[in-house]
Design a protein around this ligand. Sequence first.
Ligand code: GDP
Ligand code: IMO
Ligand code: MG
Length: 418
Amino acid sequence: MKVDVLLGLQWGDEGKGKVVDVLTPSYDIICRFQGGPNAGHTLEFNNRKHILHNIPSGIFREDKLNMITNGVVLDPMVFKREIDSLEILGIDLTKNLWISKKAHLILPTHRILDAASEAAKGKSKIGSTLKGIGPTYMDKTGRNGLRVGDLDLDFTSKYEALKEKHRKLLMQYDYEYNLDEEERFFDGIELIRKFKRVDTEYAINRFLEEGKSILAEGAQGTLLDIDFGSYPFVTSSNTICAGACTGMGIAPTTIGEVYGIFKAYCTRVGSGPFPSELLDEEGEKLRDIGKEYGSTTGRPRRCGWLDLVALKYSIMLNGVTQLIMTKTDVLDTFDSIKVVTAYSVNNELTDQLPFDLSVDVKPIFTELPGWETDLTGIRVKEQFPKELNEYIRFLEKELKVPIKFVSVGPDREQIIEM
Ligand code: GDP
Ligand code: IMO
Ligand code: MG
């Protein structure tokens, strides 16, 4: 069997949580392979909304195994909060959630370092979610990190040594902090001890041999990738498909379908370049209708038109085999829809992302007629308005990958297979 990968093709928040929940019945195992609690993945069903940060979006489907694999950075405090709130709903995850021993832990001091670093950057701040992601991955690559497997070793002294290193680093910043959250961190650690902690790479490869089907759930989006995103305004992990290989311990040859998910328009939260951003009423309209406020931080998301230059780049980097378009219903009341088909950089037309996206990039738009129809109740593609079919055909021709699902609302039921 192969591992299918689902990942975001834009700047995150494409609706990954919802779609993973929809696809989960076809899989045995769901794995989160990178990122951490900077992610906020929303699922809606039975008139209830759930937002997940650390935990894979397969957990609401019974009898599925979920894994937090080695590429993830795990915050014990956030983890406990999530587990506690799921327990209230009667969901006990101690049996069907496994955690990699090699996943790195986010310490309270990582979060403080994140905040201190952002404060020091002033106007040029990344706009981080302040969940400690950058400092934790820095300790991972700097070979100082604390891992889940260390819980069974000399955990306390390793923790104290890393905390001390952080304390010295923090002296370089003029930043006031306290360690009030340390107790809750250790409560989280005790909770993690109740979960099965394994070498998930062995488990995953064994499951594949046994013929089990696996879906890998990406976090963030391709344009936030540490190598290929709009650096330095990116996150600290490889969000692209290759990140599933390193983040799970699977060979590239085990990758099957690559589901690339994108919004019918574009959003970005935090700082950094955004060529198709709308700073006018149209942008506000997208934000209002799309309820574009961060699932993790509540910050308003910046909105703009769909950018095919960026989308083609993401499709190329990930080897996308199937596209999934979400939030299509948000465009229901627009009489015309714009799409970026090229950039003008220094007065030259290009279909490639420049090295530095923050140079003077002028988007070149193609305009298509809107469908001006309420899509939210539609469940079969035969009921699609003609303009939506034209929009889909236009995108498929440009992107050269089929759109396999169209999402028309936040609920689990509001999705159409093409
Ligand atoms: P993720 O991080 O990729 O999982 O996405 P988020 O959960 O952060 O943000 C997506 C938001 O859009 C959530 O509030 C979802 O409930 C919502 N959503 C997902 N798909 C659709 C859709 O097709 N239409 C609408 N209107 N909302 C959607
Ligand atoms: P999901 O999985 C949207 C953004 C932050 C910031 C930059 C760096 O829900 O799609 P970090 O906290 O990683 O240091 O922040 O990346 N960012 C996200 N934006 N969705 C996310 O995750 C994000 N995770 C990080 O806003 O600009
Ligand atoms: Mg999100």
